[in-house]
Design a protein. Structure first.
Length: 405
């Protein structure tokens, strides 16, 4: 009981500290591009394994990327996750730091009968949150030019997974995508006799999509998974506000949400070892508004490698032996281009994580640490050194018990 109280107290202090960790609440400088950088959201187990997720079937954890995994649920599960990120940004003009800390995602799920599970949750799809400014002069006239972008796309989903054959699982997920991005351009003159300028461009997007997934386990030690979301036409409402002179324009259009898909496999060795590989891609180059593609987005690709040394599931074993240890690596080409036209931006990140069970093994606190680099230094480009901490808390309860009369 003392151990459980200690874990909860530590987690609550960490969660309360995250929003106030830093005053500068910024993400990557590359999130200024396109519709923002895509977020790759995985479950507590996969986060420490480099993002390997598509073939995992562990009933203790809620995963989101393959709806066939929902069939693994054995009880009622809830998971909340938080992200804290620090970026050291290097540029030709100098170096600066960027911080971002916030709630990341939530999920809940339950089983309605054996091998049939339902899961729902909310996850971010893209995020754009940054501010850049530069000081310039025209003759003796000094002015500051700045651009700021804020917002992103989110997905609320509900889905079901079920077992159709002894070693074959299928699943489907219904998504409602929604979000808003505001882009503000400012021109501020040091001399008050000059008139400052400000323009704001706002986009609100929404739509519905359906994804499919499958997991096949040809042998007890091998699991193969895949999932797919087709391209969809959705709605977009754009608004332009010009402050000098004051003009407001608003228009409703269609936008194309790009298809995404992935596949992976995992193997179990000597009961406690789990190794896996995933490949994931989304065709952001086909993102278009009224049929017109944007020039600053490209196809996203991600290759993940990961391993886990599972902790003992015996609740009477020593506490340290119940802790699961994880490590991994991923190579990720972003969905946005750099600031030099067709410049593709790649990040290489190593991960480490561990899971601490509580409540007789029904819940866990999972932490994942990520460190790596994104982009490279060249004219008008940026290199970011990444350090992230992801925190998950998962609770499990038995709400439905079948009693034979």
């Amino acid at each position: 009981m003392l151990r459980l109280k200690y874990i909860f107290s530590l987690f609550i202090l960490l969660v309360l500290a995250i929003p106030f960790a830093h005053a500068d609440d910024f993400d990557s400088v590359y999130s200024l591009r396109g519709f923002g950088i895509s977020r790759y959201i995985v479950g507590p187990q996969a986060a420490g394994m480099g993002g390997v997720s598509l073939s995992l079937m562990d009933p203790r954890y809620l995963n989101t990327l393959n709806p066939a995994q929902f069939a693994a649920l054995l009880d009622v599960r809830t998971t909340a996750s938080f992200l804290s990120q620090r970026l050291n940004v290097s540029a030709s003009e100098g170096n600066f730091k960027s911080y971002y800390s916030n709630f990341s995602s939530m999920a809940g799920g339950f089983t309605i009968k054996k091998n049939i599970g339902i899961q729902f949750g909310i996850v971010p799809e893209t995020v754009s949150r940054f501010h850049l400014e530069s000081a310039n002069t025209i003759g003796d006239i000094a002015y500051t030019k700045s651009v700021e972008k804020n917002g992103g796309l989110n997905t609320f989903y509900v889905g079901t997974g079920f077992k159709i054959l002894p070693r074959v699982y299928l699943g489907t997920r219904f998504d409602f995508l929604f979000g808003k991005i505001a882009e503000t351009w400012k021109l501020d003159f040091a001399d008050p006799s000059f008139r400052d300028g400000k323009n704001v461009y706002t986009s609100k997007a929404w739509g519905i999509n359906v994804g499919l997934g499958t997991i096949v386990q040809p042998m007890h030690w091998l699991s193969i998974g895949a999932s797919y979301w087709p391209s969809r036409t959705m709605r977009l409402r754009s608004e332009q506000k010009y402050y000098q002179p004051q003009i407001i324009r608003s228009v409703s259009t269609n936008w194309t949400y790009p298809s995404k898909y992935g596949a992976g496999f995992s193997v179990k060795l000597k009961q406690r070892w789990l190794l896996g590989v995933d490949y994931w891609t989304q065709q952001w180059s086909k993102f278009a508004i009224d049929g017109q593609p944007t020039s600053d987005m490209t196809d996203e690709r991600r290759l993940s490698l990961g391993a886990e040394l599972s902790g003992s599931k015996d609740i009477f074993s020593p506490f340290l032996k119940q802790i699961s240890l994880r490590a991994g690596f991923y190579n990720h080409r972003l969905n946005v281009l750099g600031f030099q036209g067709n410049e593709k931006i790649t990040e290489n990140v190593g991960t480490f994580g561990f899971g601490v069970p509580f409540g007789r093994g029904r819940g866990s606190v999972d932490l994942a640490f990520e460190a790596g680099t994104r982009g490279h230094l060249s004219t008008k480009s940026y290199k970011e050194s990444i350090f992230r901490v992801r925190v998950f808390i998962t609770a499990g309860e038995v709400w439905f018990v079948n009693v034979k009369k």
